[in-house]
Design a protein around this ligand. Structure first.
Ligand code: MBD
Ligand code: FE
Length: 284
């Protein structure tokens, strides 16, 4: 990929993720903003920062570097990226602790509601000659007692063979590799897509500069994103990974769980195929 492509991509994905978040996620003025709760959480976060400064004898030079970096994260529109990569996995761990069905994991910054509706046997929207190994992804959605959930909805989104997401990187058709699959009367689905490539955090934005400065790596393993839902059941936000894939053991976003790893094998037609069943919890 050319350097110009990478630059355009990083700038576009950061800004679009911020715009997307502000459009979809309404900040509630409910219990989450209760004064005593804010007091506890804000005070403890601030104290944790003080502790790090004392423990490591942080200098004015370092303090000012932090200040300018924090400013640049906002200017780049990379707060959704930063938070979803380094913070969301612990929020999900807390939120999903009591879940009995399929494991959830982080949503990340690139979900867009309203992807094209597709029948239970479908191919995700893709360009002519979409690059990447074809993948047949099939399974069934049930409740925790094994009862099929007729008409369950599987919203899917994923990166392409270059690791890029439609609507967050330039030059990709709007709903490429995004779809809202409606399962059949037995909760079954069979979706044809292409194998996604691993995802690299944009190297030229603030998050990329942090990664370079700290000597970390910028990679997430290849993954499919899903939101699975059905009436009277807890919606599931999760991701599925690929056995033996790059960075499956060292995801920069710490979002891999062993139960979420697929192992596709060639079927009788030679197409890489995998079956994965989803189990939804009842509403709490
Ligand atoms: C992604 O594709 C992603 O899934 C997450 C969590 C963060 C950045 C990019
Ligand atoms: Fe992703």
């Amino acid at each position: 990929m050319s350097e110009t492509t990478l630059k355009a991509t990083a700038a576009a994905s950061g800004a679009s993720a911020t715009e997307r978040f502000l459009t979809d996620k309404t900040v509630s003025s409910g219990p989450g903003t209760d004064t005593s709760r804010v007091n506890t959480l804000a005070a403890e976060v601030i104290t944790a920062v003080h502790d790090v400064i004392r423990q490591h004898q942080v200098t004015y030079e370092e303090y000012n570097a932090l200040k300018s970096w924090l400013i640049s994260v906002g200017q780049d529109g990379e707060w959704p990226l930063f938070l979803d990569v380094w913070v969301e996995h612990v929020v999900e761990e807390v939120a999903g602790a009591a879940r009995k069905g399929t494991k959830g994991t982080i949503e990340g910054p690139y979900y867009v509601p309203g992807a094209p509706a597709l029948p239970s046997v479908a191919t995700l929207p893709m360009r002519e000659n979409e690059a990447g190994t074809p993948l047949l992804f099939q399974g069934q959605v049930t409740d925790v007692s094994g009862q099929p959930l007729a008409g369950a909805l599987l919203e899917m989104w994923q990166a392409d063979d270059d690791g890029l997401y439609a609507q967050f990187a330039p030059g990709i058709t709007e709903w490429n590799l995004r779809g809202s699959v409606v399962a059949d009367a037995e909760g079954r689905f069979a979706v044809t897509t292409v194998q996604p490539a691993p995802y690299q955090i944009p190297t030229d934005g603030s998050c990329g500069r942090l990664i370079a400065a700290a000597g970390w790596h910028a990679w997430r393993p290849a993954h499919l994103h899903l939101k699975v839902s059905a009436p009277d059941h807890e919606a599931l936000t999760t991701q599925l990974y690929f056995k033996g894939g790059e960075h499956i053991e060292d995801d920069v976003a710490s979002a891999v769980k062993p139960e979420l790893v697929l192992d596709p094998r060639p079927n009788v037609e030679g197409v890489h195929a995998v079956t994965y069943d989803f189990v939804l919890d009842p509403v709490v």
